[in-house]
Design a protein around this ligand. Structure first.
Ligand code: 5RP
Length: 219
């Protein structure tokens, strides 16, 4: 099976974890796009959704889901999202689709974060995938200078402005041995909105699509 087939497989499998009559948090990306397709088959059993991006919202609207503003919602039972990398402690790099800030907020509100990935995303150490950082535009050079002490090579993502009006700096060639420490340190740099390390708010359950079935890893 190719990567897309594995993404689709895990995106369909996660349906069995969806609580009925509640509001579901929805992430962003191609795996989530397959998940929205699958969720549409049980739309009548779902109260509504909170979405992390315009692209997910558009697709959800096309299927006729009720979209809720996060500020109008008291509780999100479950948040479903993909990841760019996830380690054995279920800490993640996210933000390949530039939606990291909204994803992190909804993940923080949710009772349970279920991460759905194909097997290529499951790694021992985070950092082979460039680490995204959402930054206020005026702080770009300042943040890049501050990032020098962590190693890695910073590059501004070309032609990308986030839905919050900010830029993305991608940090290449990191080997992340202590994700919580790095997340906390980067968050302290002035001008950083969010770093795409989800180490403090990690996933509660990981579902991995493989040729042999879906592997489940609990936190
Ligand atoms: C978007 C994300 C996505 O979850 C991540 O990029 C994975 O995407 P895909 O499912 O397309 O591989 O963090 O900001």
């Amino acid at each position: 099976m190719n990567q897309d087939e594995l993404k689709k497989k895990v995106a369909e499998y996660v349906l069995k974890y969806i609580p009925f009559n509640t509001i579901i948090g929805i992430g962003t990306g191609s795996t989530v796009s397959y998940f929205i397709d699958a969720l549409s088959t049980i739309k009548h059993l779902i109260k509504g959704v909170v979405s992390s991006s315009h692209s997910s919202t558009l697709k959800l609207k096309n299927f006729g889901f009720s979209i809720y503003d996060l500020n109008k919602v008291n509780k999100i039972m479950v948040y479903i999202d993909g990841a760019d990398e996830i380690n054995h402690q279920l800490q993640m790099i996210k933000g390949g689709g530039a939606a990291l800030t909204r994803e992190k907020i909804i993940a923080s509100v949710a009772n349970k974060f279920i991460c759905i990935v194909d097997k290529s995303k499951y790694v021992k150490y985070l950092g082979s995938f460039p680490l995204p950082i959402e930054v206020i535009p005026i702080a770009c050079n300042y943040v890049i200078n501050k990032m020098n002490k962590f190693g890695g090579i910073c590059k501004c993502r070309n032609n990308v402005i986030t839905e919050n009006g900010n830029i993305i700096i991608d940090v290449y060639n990191l080997k992340i041995y202590d994700p919580i420490k790095l997340e906390n340190s980067i968050n302290l740099i002035d001008g950083v909105v969010t770093v795409g390390l989800f180490a403090n708010r990690k996933a509660d359950l990981l579902l991995i699509g493989t040729e042999y079935g879906v592997e489940k890893i609990y936190c």
